[in-house]
Design a protein around this ligand. Structure first.
Ligand code: FES
Length: 105
């Protein structure tokens, strides 16, 4: 499945994800700027914060409680904010678009 990262300047980067990799892992593997993933995907750092594109929020779904709690530590949290280490690239998410924030933390 492919995933597109749009940075704060509007630059788009589309890469291919390994099946069931997280959106954070895929970003790190492809050197996508704007995602740090300090805790390695344990939902414990909030440096993998992204905004899910409006077209995709229904399919991606909302954050679970633990993730929501961790999101409180992220910068400029919005309704469509998610921690990208908690989004798994299933075939249904092929073509997913996420936006990276101006900064992490
Ligand atoms: Fe740390 Fe996602 S990588 S919360």
């Amino acid at each position: 499945p492919s995933v597109t990262y749009v940075d704060a300047d509007g630059e788009r980067r589309t890469v291919e994800a390994a099946p069931n990799a997280t959106v954070m892992e895929v970003a790190l593997k492809h050197d996508i700027p704007g995602i740090i993933g300090e805790c390695g995907g344990a939902c414990a750092c909030a440096t993998c914060h992204v905004y899910v594109d409006d077209e995709w929020t229904d399919r991606v779904g909302p954050a679970e409680d633990m993730e929501q709690g961790m999101l409180d530590f992220a910068f400029d949290v919005r309704e469509n904010s998610r921690l990208s280490c908690q989004i798994f690239m299933t075939p249904e998410l092929d073509g997913l678009v996420v936006h990276t924030p101006v900064r992490q933390g």
